[in-house]
Write a protein that binds this ligand. Structure first.
Ligand SMILES: Nc1ncnc2c1ncn2[C@@H]1O[C@H](COP(=O)(O)OP(=O)(O)O)[C@@H](O)[C@H]1O
Ligand SMILES: N[C@@H](CC(=O)OP(=O)(O)O)C(=O)O
Length: 587
């Protein structure tokens, strides 16, 4: 380091013109290993040097025996700013073939200089959680035989005999799904021909962790987060190695090492404000000194108190992408999925769902919050704050236009945008035991939820009663749900008569609530034709969502029929039907 400091002083003395700027914009790289012969290169990135300054810098470098390497070239590279963030979910990088296609896709945009965010490959996160749960009760000596650990390990071994073995295993096993995934992962590494060593340490550590879980016989939320982090840590390392192999210079980053600072709410952490400058500093600092495509782990963060790895809730890589978009002030955030954008409803419920071309941040946020798996519930917040357009695209069909999410859109023709279903919701009817006009009743009810750390989804009130639904996503484990519900009821019964109703569904009608009469008239007509009774209705202040509560077992049919009525009928026809009272529900 002495050489570096000496050099700095020499340059400053020789070139006062840019010495001040040089301090904050330069970086040092040790070039060779011999300890007594440090050889530094000076990277004067983002300095626009005049001929005179360049000459003077050259003289200083020579005097200090420091290489001035490719200053010009690096200046030009660094001038090119990062343009966008591209997030690829588990479905987009589920195999070697997919990774190769994703790499091709990224490189097919020569004018983009993206940050890449990746999720774990395919269903790796689920497999890791399952492996953890098995480890709790299988005993230390049996950890090696956990199927899911086998699946993760095989992912990285490019040994032909193992492939043959897994083929046999696949055909002989009754659990074809797991074996198929094993086979896919072995093929991934073999086909990509990346060095096994890039993830060898992680595989070893993962096995140790599962042994630890087996020994402790418990899987805490903190350990769960550490456990699932292996998925993203490994997918990004494999992908970065592959990009480098094909000549596209890439650099892997673990989000928890580059400033993703979160609350310590393991399994569902929130990103803290300090994240934005920290992430910008890390990514831009490296980009300026040595440009390479950043490949960042989605989903992960670091708890600000515990300093342990946290996760942002299932599907959290979307949030990682929008956070990077805001942190770097990028012009676009792209989330690449396995569907042609945000669809008019969940295609697993109704396959005729159609892509929605435009959405506002508000619509997308409501849609995500009320259960559309396609976007993480919190992911729109950074995009909205930074006013950065989000494009949802299909990595399997890149030519499809996808969905563009922006602050505002033309709503003049919009009625309904999408129908969302959230299943297995618990509803509470709470009736005050006091007389009419009793003040403080609502405050007491909500403070009970606050104390218990449970959030509420949909609310409808009258003077002496409240109906509400509870957000199941905050409650991770099944046993806890029943325990917590019992506790909620017990607390509320101190001030009210409580009726707990389980197995309900929320159907959210996302769209132009300025036309709520039209939407409600049509929706109720459909539901009446189906013989379905709506048990609660609520219109949020966001003016883009009307929520209806029905029984779980009726919900899917309702969504299908509502979809037919709203999206498979011409809008003018829809209005005419309602005005003339002529409509009939399509079921
Ligand atoms: N309204 C919707 N629009 C699009 N996809 C939806 C919708 N509701 C549910 N989905 C499901 O979300 C999936 C995409 O989300 P996700 O699995 O999180 O993607 P990724 O893992 O690639 O980020 C789709 O395959 C689809 O089955
Ligand atoms: N791998 C994590 C995070 C994530 O965002 O995944 P995906 O992008 O595949 O939904 C999960 O499964 O929840």
């Amino acid at each position: 380091m002495a050489n570096a400091l000496q050099f700095c002083a020499t340059v400053q003395a020789a070139s006062p013109v840019f010495s001040k700027r040089m301090h904050c914009q330069s970086s040092w790289h040790r070039q060779s290993s011999p300890p007594l012969n440090y050889n530094y290169k000076f990277v004067a990135t983002s300095l626009v040097l005049s001929k005179r300054s360049r000459r003077s810098l050259k003289v200083s470098c020579e005097a200090a025996n420091v290489d001035l390497l490719e200053t010009n070239k690096i200046d030009k590279e660094a001038e090119k700013k990062i343009t966008c963030v591209m997030k690829f979910g588990g479905s987009s990088v589920a195999s070697a073939e997919r990774m190769r296609e994703v790499a091709e896709l990224i490189l097919s945009f020569p004018n983009e200089r993206p940050v890449i965010v990746l999720s774990a490959m395919g269903k790796t996160t689920n497999k890791l959680l399952l492996a953890g749960e098995k480890a709790v009760c299988c005993g230390v000596t049996n950890v090696d035989s956990i199927e899911e650990l086998g699946f993760i390990k095989e992912l990285h071994k490019a040994v032909r005999i193992l492939i043959l073995a897994s083929f046999l295993f696949y055909y002989c096993s009754t659990n074809h799904k797991i074996q198929l995934i094993i086979f896919c992962h072995i093929r991934t590494v073999k086909e990509l021909e990346v060095d096994e060593s890039v993830i060898a340490k992680h595989l070893e550590e993962l096995e140790q962790l599962l042994k630890g879980i087996a020994m402790m016989k418990e899987l805490t939320p903190r350990t769960k987060d550490y456990l699932v982090s292996f998925g993203e840590c490994m997918s990004t390392r494999i992908f970065a190695a592959y990009m480098n192999k094909i000549g596209a210079k890439a650099r892997q980053y673990d989000a928890f090492e580059i400033g993703f600072i979160t609350t310590d709410d393991f399994t569902n952490a929130d990103i803290l404000e300090a994240t934005y400058p920290a992430v910008a500093k890390s990514l831009l600092g490296d980009w300026i000194s040595d440009p390479a495509i950043p490949i960042v782990t989605g989903f992960l963060g670091k708890g600000w108190r515990s300093c342990a790895i946290t996760t942002l809730g299932r599907g959290g890589s979307d949030l990682t992408a929008t956070t990077i978009g805001k942190a770097l002030g990028l012009s676009e955030i792209q989330v690449w999925k396995d569907v042609d954008g945000v669809l008019t409803c969940d295609p697993n419920i109704y396959p005729h769902a159609e892509p929605v071309p435009y959405l506002t941040f508000d619509e997308a946020a409501e849609l995500a919050y009320f259960g559309a798996q396609v976007l993480h519930p919190q992911s729109m917040r950074p995009a909205r704050e930074g006013d950065i357009p989000v494009r949802v695209k299909n990595s399997y069909n890149p030519n499809a236009p996808g969905t563009l999410i922006t602050r505002a859109r033309d709503m003049s023709k919009a009625v309904l945008t999408s129908i969302v279903l959230k299943r297995n919701v618990t509803m509470l009817d709470i009736v005050s035991t006091r007389m009419l006009g009793q003040f403080g009743f609502l405050a007491k009810v909500f403070s009970t939820f606050e104390d218990l750390g449970i959030s509420v989804d949909v609310v409808a009130t009258s003077e002496v009663s409240i109906s509400l639904t509870l957000d199941p996503s905050k409650l991770w484990s099944r046993e806890l749900i029943q325990q917590e519900l019992d506790h909620v009821v017990e607390e509320l019964e101190k001030i009210a008569v409580v009726n707990l109703l389980q197995h309900r569904s929320i159907i959210s009608l996302i769209g132009n609530v300025q036309r709520s009469s039209l939407i409600l008239e049509k929706a109720f007509h459909v539901l009446r034709t189906l013989g379905v009774n709506v048990q609660m209705i609520s219109q949020g202040a966001s003016k883009v969502n009307i929520s209806l509560i029905v029984n779980d077992d009726e919900a899917e049919q309702c969504v299908k029929s509502l979809h037919k009525a709203f999206f498979e009928t011409d809008i003018s026809e829809l209005e005419w039907e309602c005005v003339s009272g002529n409509g009939s529900a399509s079921t």
